[in-house]
Design a protein around this ligand. Structure first.
Ligand code: SAM
Length: 235
């Protein structure tokens, strides 16, 4: 069977590229996003009652990687990027049907200038992600504290300690007007150590860059620390 599925809305998030997006929602609490509903779903009736829920399930399309297809096995970063496991034993973006599922915070509903949106928190979603379904998270059914986590252990890896160089501090200040959460976002995103698995656990003098909102953040990692070197306008 083939199905036609409509895009219900589009995510507007600070993550402008895949690199450095957390691997799951909830890991970077300052990552706020908007889910803008598209016609004909942009009518307040479809959201009636939704504000009674603190969290939502968002089904979405891995639109940026879908053209690359899929393989029966993948190498999850959790296993160091070397060991292969079945695609259905992972949350890899490279799947037969490129669908993602994230549980995110609901901060409210917004409506202005003919647009209707949901304010979301702690997302792991790229800017421009097409959303195909929205459902409330129901704690009694969805929370399973005794479930086994397989090779994805309960605790996330210990965070890096992030500091800002004097130059980065100076460059950060003017951006805080437009993005008051930028310092926390940069700190939380980099604390996750966004480098590929093969770079970890050994000396690394490479300078990395990541785009958040409209800024490019340059940084270097010397485990267990990360220094933000510069915060510059993105091209
Ligand atoms: N929580 C979801 C799930 O389990 O289905 C996504 C997990 S997936 C491992 C998370 C990664 O998806 C992020 O780190 C980011 O690199 C990637 N990602 C997020 N939005 C995407 C999009 N629209 N297209 C392709 N990749 C995306």
């Amino acid at each position: 069977m083939k199905f036609d599925i409509d895009t219900l809305g589009i995510i507007r998030s600070p993550y402008k590229e895949k690199f450095a997006i957390p691997r799951q929602p909830g890991l970077v609490t300052s990552a706020r996003a908007r889910l803008e509903l598209l016609p004909p779903y942009d009518q307040p009736d479809v959201l009636r009652g939704i504000e009674q829920f603190s969290h939502l399930w968002i089904s979405f399309v891995f639109h940026q990687t879908m053209a690359q297809g899929w393989h029966p096995t993948v190498r999850p970063p959790r296993l160091g990027g070397n060991e292969r496991v079945g695609v259905f034993a992972t949350r890899s973006t490279f799947r037969p049907n490129p669908l993602g599922l994230s549980v995110v915070e609901l901060h409210g509903v917004g409506r202005a200038r003919g647009k209707l949106w949901l304010e979301l928190g702690a997302v792991d979603l790229l800017d421009g992600t097409p959303v195909v379904d929205i459902k409330p998270y129901i704690p009694y059914a969805d929370s399973l504290p005794h479930a086994r986590g397989g090779f994805a252990p309960d605790a996330p890896t210990p965070p890096l300690s992030v500091s800002f160089s004097p130059q980065a501090e100076q460059q950060l200040a003017p951006w805080l007007k437009a993005h008051p959460e930028l310092r926390q976002l940069v700190s939380e995103v980099l604390a996750q150590d966004p480098r590929p698995a093969y770079k970890k656990g050994k000396p690394d003098d490479k300078e990395y860059g990541v785009r958040l909102f409209d800024v490019n953040v340059r940084f270097r990692i010397s485990e267990p620390t990360c220094e933000v070197l510069a915060i510059e306008p993105a091209n």
